[in-house]
Every structure is written in C-alpha cells, then in structure tokens.
Design a protein around this ligand. Structure first.
Ligand code: NAP
Length: 262
C-alpha cells in the first residue's frame, strides 16, 4: 500500500539527470510520482534515450531530449512544456572529465574547467532562464550539490569549484525569482554510489569513511534525498528558498575526530 502523502497531487514536474536506477534523479522521480505528480524526464543523447524511455514508462512520464550544453535543446524543452505549465524542476546534472577528478586541482585544464562549470552550474541558470515562462506561481526549482563546495575533499577538485558556483547561483536565482513566487533550493547529498560518483578518485574509500563516521553511522540513500526533495518541491517547503539543505546523515557537522587529534 502506498502511504506516501499526496504532497504533489495535480502538480507537473520536470526532472533532468536520470541515467539509471541508481541516479538520485530516479529516486526523486519515483517519490514525486508516488506523491501524485505527473512528470517529464529528459535524456542527453541517443544512448541514454534507450535507458530513460523504459524507466519513464514505469512512471507514466513524458520524455524529452535535452543536452544542457545546448541552448537549442533548452529552448525546445521550454517550447514543449509551455502549454501545460510546470510546478517544479529538478536539476540533477553534473559532469567533469574523469582525469580531472584524480590527484589535485592543478590537473585542471582550461577546457575542463569550462566544461565542468558549464554542465554543472551554468545549466541551472540557463534552465531557469528558458523555463521561466513555463513556471506556475509557487513553482520550486531544485538542484543537487555536495559538501566539496565548501570543504576540500580529496580528488573532488574542479567539481568542488563548480558546486560552489552552483550554490551561489541558487542564491542569486532565489533572490531574482522570489518576487514572482518561485523558490530555488539545493540539496547537498552525502556520497551515494551512482555512475557520476564512481568517476571520482577514491570514491569507495569516501563511502567507507562516511559510513563509519557520520553521526547516523550509515550512508545517505536515494530515499533520504527524495524525502528532502518532496519537502522542497511541495507546499511543505513554501517558506524556504535560497537554501542548501544538508542530507548527509549528519556528516557535515563533524570537525577533526579524536583519532585525527591523537
Ligand atoms: P548520475 O546518475 O550519473 O546522474 C548524473 C546525470 O547528469 C546523468 O544522467 C548524466 O547523463 C547527466 N549529464 C551529464 N552531462 C549532461 C549534459 N550535458 N546534459 C544533460 N545531462 C547530462 O549521478 P548522480 O550522483 O545521481 O548525480 C546527480 C546529481 O547529484 C549531480 O549534480 C551530482 O553532482 C549530485 N550529487 C551526487 C552525489 C553522489 O554521491 N552521488 C552527492 C552529492 C551530489 P550521462 O550519464 O549521459 O552523462
């Protein structure tokens, strides 16, 4: 029996970033569907289309192509969605060259910097700009970030810089769109074993450390992230905007541990 309150009954939402069953976007899509939303999912290219179309069918969701680096794709997405109007948008998209998520920040190339910032940060601004005419008053925009934005995490490198920019963009968007009743927030998730995360050097070690040391002594799950997303996307979050909500089983509160200090 589905006991999830129908927090998004009658709402229309767009979710970018479903790659497979482990994607955080997929956990959010499933929870939003259970909460009564009707959804549009996107895929960035033909290879991903094959994967995302059958997943969307499970939720009775619409599907659209959208490579967030393409203004033409963003314009087509807005054109396609305009008649129905949207109540929420989830941006769960990030990319950096794998070789720049190894070693230190000085491995970053100029082209790699531009690519990571374009896909992982500018795309949220561009999405908001293109979709503005499609948003209902009270609409909620949500992006996903990671604590490597404010603290140095080994190998996270350029992605930490991109997430810092993304969190700042969240605040600027919230300030600009707030007078129109549009909220903009980010969830900062603890490490979850997804396709994108596996590209980060030493990710398995990061998971082990998190599980051992986080106050709740467990890893963050897709369901944890989806629960927080339902809060921010629904009326429950009506008074919250410009926020970076930590959903990491408490890990961010820790300073140096006694073992480090021995
Ligand atoms: P994921 O399943 O691999 O999702 C990342 C998505 O970004 C994929 O669907 C990927 O498509 C898409 N993407 C990359 N470049 C794109 C482009 N140009 N246009 C459109 N889509 C593009 O990994 P995830 O961990 O769920 O990531 C979702 C978000 O959560 C990211 O912003 C990530 O940084 C954030 N996050 C993740 C964690 C974690 O530990 N997993 C923690 C905190 C925050 P392709 O597969 O085709 O590239």
């Amino acid at each position: 029996m589905n006991t999830m309150p129908q927090l998004l009954q009658g709402k229309k939402g767009l979710i970018l970033g479903v790659a497979n069953e482990w994607s955080l976007a997929w956990a959010i899509a499933q929870a939003a569907h259970q909460a009564g939303a009707s959804l549009t999912l996107t895929y960035p290219n033909a290879a991903m289309e094959k994967r995302v179309v059958p997943m969307a069918a499970q939720l009775g969701a619409d599907v659209m192509a959208c490579d967030v680096q393409s203004d033409a794709d963003l314009a087509a997405l807005a054109h396609h969605l305009a008649p129905g109007k949207l109540d929420f948008v989830v941006h769960a998209v990030a990319f950096a060259n794998k070789e720049e998520l190894r070693g230190g920040i000085t491995t970053t190339t100029r082209a790699g910097f531009a690519l990571a910032l374009d896909v992982s940060c500018y795309s949220f601004i561009a999405l908001a700009a293109h979709l503005k005419p499609c948003l209902n008053p009270g609409a909620s925009l949500l992006t996903l970030t990671y604590e490597g934005s404010t603290k140095v995490v080994p190998h996270y490198n350029i992605m930490g810089v991109a997430k810092a920019a993304l969190e700042s963009a969240t605040r600027y968007l919230a300030a600009e769109l707030g007078p129109e009743g549009i909220r903009v927030n980010a969830i900062s998730a603890g490490p979850v074993n997804t396709l994108a995360a596996r590209g980060i050097g030493g990710f398995t070690g990061m998971l082990k450390h998190h599980e051992k040391t986080a106050p709740l002594r467990r890893l963050t799950t897709g369901e944890d992230v989806a629960g927080a997303a339902l809060f921010l996307l629904s009326e429950l979050g009506a008074g919250t905007t410009g926020e970076v909500l930590m959903v990491d089983t408490g890990a961010h509160i820790l300073g140096p541990t006694p073992a480090d200090m021995a």
